[in-house]
Write a protein that binds this ligand. Structure first.
Ligand SMILES: [Zn+2]
Length: 266
């Protein structure tokens, strides 16, 4: 195990998913060999802890929620995007009673634009990112360039605010309650997040896996940075699940419904 799962570890008070836009696409564009079409959420998560307020991912850039066609052009219709202005992260946090300045840490699963777009909303947060991710986001190969919006999403964050994970795991608050795991393959710095709550331990997988079928078949995303490493990371997640962690595969609509008490619709 890459981190201590001991009984002495602390816990976070609460984990919630924020209300998320959805897109619709062929399942095969999310998992190699998958069939049919899938309407999937693009979520972010907020974790309350006595010593901080932590976000896992930040969704799209703020302007997306007010005008998805302006943001995506024709692709917004192709992807059948469903969103509304109230889903912008600062507005959602306000409705929960938080200010954007309350956010102490943002854990960025990876730099793709549906995860990194809202970084600029959180002026005081420490930004935690995986090894090699910023370099890859700044200079991706041609096949991956369409997933990043470096100038809009990542470049505006002052360099001194980044914390780059150095090693297989990183204890965010030092008490074992919120542990970043480096699960590379989708991108070089892809991260997952273990969140210990009083009643259960949940692993937020980011894009380490997109649909549960990918975990079941150990089948990667079709356009991963390194598919072999991606499968190794899938194996690692499967091992965590067998050892009692609950995996939340955030882009999987059925996984999402398994966590209903922690989602915004309940
Ligand atoms: Zn991604």
């Amino acid at each position: 195990m890459p981190y201590a799962h001991g009984s002495h570890a602390g816990t976070a008070r609460r984990l919630r998913a924020l209300d998320a836009p959805t897109m619709t696409t062929d399942a095969s564009s999310l998992v190699v060999g998958a069939e049919g079409s899938v309407t999937f959420p693009v979520p972010s998560f907020v974790i309350e802890h006595d010593r901080g307020l932590i976000l896992f991912d930040t969704g799209f850039a703020p302007r997306f929620y007010d005008d998805p066609v302006g943001y995506f052009g024709e692709l917004a219709n192709v992807l059948r995007i469903r969103t509304h202005p109230g889903q912008r992260l600062d507005r959602q946090l306000a409705s929960l009673g938080f200010d954007t300045e309350d956010v102490t840490h943002v854990v960025l699963s990876h730099g793709h634009s549906d995860h990194a777009g809202g970084l600029g909303l959180f002026p005081r947060a420490e930004m935690i990112v995986g090894p090699g991710e910023l370099e890859w986001a700044r200079s991706p190969n041609r096949a991956s360039a369409r997933y990043f919006r470096w100038s809009e999403d990542l470049a505006p964050v002052e360099p001194q605010r980044w914390t780059v994970v150095n090693g297989p795991a990183h204890d965010v608050l030092g008490d074992g309650s919120i542990i970043v795991l480096h699960t590379p393959g989708h991108t070089p710095g892809q991260l997952s997040l273990v969140v210990r709550l009083p009643s259960q331990t949940i692993v937020l997988t980011g894009d380490t896996v997109h649909l549960r079928e990918g975990l079941d078949r150990l089948a990667p995303y079709p356009y991963d940075w390194d598919p072999q490493l991606a499968v190794r990371s899938l194996e690692r997640l499967a091992l965590l699940e067998r050892s009692g962690h609950r995996l939340w595969i955030a882009h999987d609509p059925h996984d999402w419904s398994r966590f209903e008490p922690l989602t915004p619709h309940c």
